[in-house]
Design a protein. Structure first.
Length: 283
């Protein structure tokens, strides 16, 4: 507020994430937001974390051509949504196990690369051969028993890929060279990015989307951004990603999602609670 030369009197509402996520962290932010809204006499707007990531695309690029297919991909989420009108998010598919960002972290850990794994693997992959080793791709053909209403054939799965990397590393039975590590990173990244981009454009064809977007922390990945752009140009579909600053969790995207709900006349009571497993509801 100081950087924006704004006072409490300049604000129209207070937006806050109330789920999903770690409940302790959610409660800290929610408690402060409630107190601030009550003290300043401002409406409170509860925001879903993934709605914030989706709206980060609008914050960066303006309103996207609709209908749009948006993939939210991060350390905790890999979910594909249809946005057929502003503020309306229909879940099409999700990961059955590890999120893409989580798979990056686990592979980086077993390679001894540190945390978070995404930026490290992305950097090393640029010097590696992305066809150096054989790694599997996963195609699912049956619905998830936990979400039987979803068709299931667009779902993601990265646990098998992670296990394949583990087996490859163990089979070497020696210390891997820097070049070998780079090759593993490059091949792993190619398989993950191919799955993300391919399913996004399969959904775009199915729903005759006019744009495709990717948001969330993994959208900062250089290969994902490049492959998305290349596929969009080949298919003549506009593609959108947030800036690097808006890719990871940030307050601006929550404000953007809150503004969407506020303009639709949706506010929250001061007894709003945190929900670690909050489903994404359309505004």
């Amino acid at each position: 507020m100081h950087d924006a030369s704004a006072t409490w009197h300049d604000l129209g509402a207070v937006a806050v994430t109330h789920g999903p996520g770690l409940v302790g962290s959610l409660l800290v932010g929610l408690s402060f937001a409630k107190a601030a809204a009550a003290a300043a006499g401002l409406p409170l707007v509860g925001v879903h974390h993934l709605a914030g990531h989706i709206e980060s695309l609008v914050l960066q690029n303006g309103e996207m051509p609709l209908p749009a297919i948006v993939l939210v991909v991060s350390g905790g989420h890999t979910s594909l949504y249809l946005v057929d009108r502003p503020g309306h998010y229909q879940l099409l598919s999700r990961t059955r196990d590890d999120a893409a960002g989580e798979a990056y972290d686990k592979v980086a850990k077993l390679l001894g690369l540190g945390y978070p794994g995404g930026p490290i693997i992305d950097r090393l992959a640029k010097t590696g051969n992305d066809r150096a080793i054989l790694l599997p791709t996963t195609r699912l053909t049956h619905p998830d028993r936990n979400r039987p209403e979803l068709k299931g054939d667009w779902d993601f799965s990265f646990s098998g890929l992670k296990t394949a990397v583990l087996r490859h590393v163990k089979s070497a039975d020696r210390h891997l060279s820097a070049d070998e590590v780079a090759d593993i990173c490059a091949t792993f990244q190619r398989v993950v990015v191919s799955a993300l981009v391919e399913r996004s454009f399969v959904a775009a064809r199915r729903f005759q989307a006019k744009s495709v977007g990717i948001a969330g922390g993994v959208s900062a990945n250089s290969r994902l951004r490049a492959d998305l752009k290349a596929r969009g140009e080949a298919r003549e579909i506009p593609t959108f990603v947030p800036s690097l600053h808006l890719s990871t969790d940030n307050a601006a995207m929550i404000a953007a999602a809150g503004l969407r709900k506020f303009r639709a006349g949706l506010t929250s009571p001061l007894d709003l609670n945190a929900d670690a497993a909050l489903p994404l509801q359309s505004a």
